[in-house]
Design a protein around this ligand. Structure first.
Ligand code: PEP
Ligand code: MG
Length: 765
């Protein structure tokens, strides 16, 4: 908001005309019903709409409170349940409907007493208070046409003002709905999705005490505009300050997360939309909220999880802006946590989470949340368990309730009974003991009971993961997913930034090897800042233009990464690995590019790595047919079981219905890997596995059984897998494996499990 405001748009002007008249109605001495009658008249007249009606929520149903155009006899008679008919759908889904033929909509429900059969077109918007629908405002026309975007915008703005009128007139009691649920004192168990594993107990703290906007219609538009200017300035100051104090140090992913915040904070489009809402006659708070509501509605229609995460960042900032402009209380973080606490929020921004005292923050429960969100990356780095998608949490929980969070089990116990508390404490103690006993293994070698050393390394991708090297005592990083830096960035990371991260990782690893995988982006890991055209939605992103395919077409990207890696590894050994190699020529082309970059650096007297080792990932099953051609040119090969299995079974790895259908221990996977081991055995190529499969003790045991001796796994799995290795008689297993592979039972998992039990293998169960 730097320059003079643009002239008000037509939408703003028409909304302003209505709002000015509504303001007069609200200030008048008429009773509430009289006011609503006038309101529907004004809106119908200004929008040239034959019908305008207001439904309000009373006693759990939506009641027709006022109408212009429908039968007056239907007022206070027509009632719809939440979810019933178009009006009920709008309120339940908190969504806008704009239809040229209302009766054709599947949710349409005919009410003869209203006489609405004369009207074809229909548009309705929710009237929202405290993020809940308390009513519906709708218009209808006899000619079948869709309402213009401008008209819908106007309706939405008017609905906001109506929510104030309704609350002031005590027409519906919004707290009634919320408190009805909260008044329930009984113990409850809520479920959700594990976003960050772990357990924690504490009292419920709401991240944001509810902000209620008291005044929606502005008395002085210029004054409101200045309030927003000032709030924007203050917010930008806060974000800049936060960026300079980011807890994880400059140069980390958090710097990049904050870059996204900055991008929004200085975004002209956002401030322009708020300005437009002020033009329409709203107060500063109402204008910000109005734009936020619109963003929320759009967000529901977005399928792209990355884009949705960015929208949450915007929502985070929007809340901050409302708090600043209204001078209303800060977040719970600003007031400080006084006890061990479990934080409750609809969603959180990463910067908001960073403001909490991590010693007292025992867990986070979100109504929304997704695995790939920035805040989850931050929470994992902070070691705070997070449960997401806990839909009813903000209504079922009251500030100060005792909560027991078991994110791994996907549950939250609210006001638990003594019995639940005891069971929780016992489980917590057990898991702490188990963790302590696994931690004791940290400095012991990963050697089987019969003396075979196994290389046990971790998968990483973020600066915060580096700490896991020492915590787990792993032998190195067997897979560093370099695309993570790209994914959490608001803009393409430049060479210096890449180099800084790689160098820091190598410094932290010391003598331990680090395998850098070149970027595996594209497909579902699309980057919003990449060329839109080429980033177009793909039918089958996992099999699309991703990873090495994209990198070879976009040589610039790979060249920059090659130089960043080589300069970062100056004087040391650099291990580079290429993802999604489908044919040997792709590997050759990628390696040639590195060789050329090395020559260029040498020519320019830059420091070079002492040695470069090249590797490929085996995750496209067809590569096995040409593996013999590649082996002479490879230093190492790593089996990526995540992609490998999805392609072996033709089953999307992210599809929830297929998640349990195929087993990693099935003969399909195990025989395939055994075949790879055999092909590679005669070469000097180092073979390993780096997919999630290796992080589970039983699966890891099977992999060792077929000849794998190098695993790179999730840091959380290191203790358990090491315990398994140290209890395993590998010779005995290898003697039995050929029979297991030759005569698999219909439940192969049981076969391996039986073997493990019979041979005293520690699977940590
Ligand atoms: C794999 O596919 O197994 C793998 C390790 O790579 P990613 O999970 O990053 O695709
Ligand atoms: Mg993969």
């Amino acid at each position: 908001m730097t320059n003079a405001p643009p002239p008000p748009s037509t939408a703003a002007q028409s909304a302003r005309t209505i709002l000015t008249r509504l303001h007069e109605v609200m200030a008048s001495r008429t009773n509430a019903q009289g006011k609503l009658n006038q309101v529907v008249g004004i809106i119908g007249e200004c929008l040239h709409s034959e019908v305008c009606s207001i439904y309000l929520l009373r006693g759990g149903t939506l009641e027709l409170y006022a109408t212009r155009g429908l039968n007056q006899d239907a007022v206070h008679v027509t009632r719809l349940a939440l979810g019933e008919g178009l009006v009920g759908t709008i309120a339940q889904q908190i969504e806008t409907l704009n239809l040229d033929e209302a009766a054709a909509h599947p949710d349409f429900s005919y009410r003869p007493e209203t006489g609405e059969e004369l009207f074809h077109s229909f548009a309705g918007v929710p009237i929202i208070r405290r993020e809940q629908a308390v009513g519906v405002l709708c218009v209808q026309q006899s000619d079948p046409r869709r309402y213009e975007e401008i008209e819908i915008e106007t309706l939405q703005t008017v609905a906001m003002v109506l929510s104030e009128l309704i609350a002031n007139a005590d027409l519906v009691d919004t707290t009634a709905r919320i408190d009805a649920a909260a008044a329930d004192q009984s113990a409850q168990r809520l479920t959700g999705q594990k976003l960050v594993d772990g357990m924690g107990a504490g009292i419920a703290v709401f991240h944001q005490p509810r902000i209620t906007i008291e005044h929606t219609v502005a008395d002085d538009i210029e004054a409101e505009r200045h309030r927003v200017y000032a709030a924007f300035d203050k917010m930008r100051e806060q974000i800049d300050r936060m960026a300079s104090q980011a807890e994880f140090g400059i140069g980390g992913e958090h710097e990049e997360v904050l870059e996204t915040y900055k991008m929004f904070a200085y975004d002209e489009g956002w401030s322009r939309r708020i300005n437009e809402a002020i033009d329409s006659g709203l107060t500063a708070e109402a204008a910000i909220e109005r734009v936020q509501q619109r963003t929320r509605m759009r967000m529901r229609q977005i399928d792209d999880p990355l884009l949705r995460d960015r929208m949450h960042d915007l929502e985070d900032l929007s809340n901050r802006l409302i708090r600043i402009v209204s001078g209303q209380m800060g977040t719970a973080a600003q007031m400080g946590l006084r006890h061990d606490s479990i934080l409750i929020a609809r969603n959180l921004g990463p910067a908001e989470l960073l403001e909490y005292d991590r010693r007292r923050l025992k867990g986070v429960v979100l109504e929304e949340g997704s695995l790939t969100a920035h805040v989850i990356i931050v929470a994992r780095a902070m070691g705070v368990p997070v449960l997401g998608r806990a839909r009813a949490v903000r209504t079922a929980v009251r500030e100060g309730d005792l909560l027991l969070l078991d994110a791994g089990a996907g549950t939250l116990h609210v006001r638990p009974t003594q019995a639940v508390q005891d069971a929780f404490d016992a489980k917590l103690e057990l898991s702490q003991k188990r963790r302590a006993s696994l931690a004791a293994l940290r400095d012991l070698p990963a050697v089987t009971r019969d003396g075979v050393p196994i290389e046990l390394m971790i998968n990483a991708g973020l600066r915060e993961d580096i700490a896991a090297l020492d915590l787990t005592g792993a032998g190195g990083i067997g897979l560093f997913r370099t695309e993570f830096q790209f994914l959490v960035s608001a803009t393409l990371p430049q060479r210096e930034r890449q180099q800084r991260l790689y160098r820091d990782v190598l410094d932290a690893a010391g003598d331990r090897p680090v395998v850098f995988r070149t970027v595996d982006i594209g497909g579902d890991k699309s980057l919003p800042y990449m060329n839109v055209d080429e980033n177009a939605l793909e039918e089958n992103p996992a099999m699309g233009w991703r990873a090495l395919r994209l990198a070879l077409d976009r040589e610039g990207l790979l060249k920059v990464q090659a130089r960043a890696l080589m300069e970062a590894a100056a004087g040391r050994t650099l291990n580079v690995m290429f993802p999604m190699v489908s044919e040997p020529w792709e590997y050759e082309a990628a390696r040639d590019l590195f060789v050329r970059q090395r020559a260029w650096l040498k020519q320019h007297d830059k420091k070079l790595p002492a040695a470069i080792r090249y590797g490929a990932m085996l995750e496209v099953p067809g590569l096995i047919e040409t593996l013999d051609l590649m082996l002479p040119h490879l230093d190492f090969l790593s089996i990526g079981t995540n992609d490998l299995t999805q392609f072996l079974f033709a089953a999307d790895r992210a599809h929830p219905r297929l998640a349990e259908r195929y087993d990693w221990l099935s003969p399909t996977v195990m025989r395939y890997i055994a075949r790879v081991v055999k092909i590679v055995a005669d070469s000097k190529v180092q073979l390993g596995v780096c997919g999630e499969m290796g992080g589970r003790p039983l699966e890891a045991m099977a992999l060792l059984g077929v000849g794998i001796e190098r695993l790179s796994i999730t840091p959380a799995g290191v203790g358990r897998v090491k315990a398994m290795i140290r209890s395993l008689d590998l010779g005995a297993l290898r003697a039995d494996i050929p029979a297991i592979l030759a005569h698999p039972s219909s439940t192969p998992r049981a076969q391996y499990l039986d073997w493990a039990k019979a041979h005293g293998v520690d699977l940590g169960e």
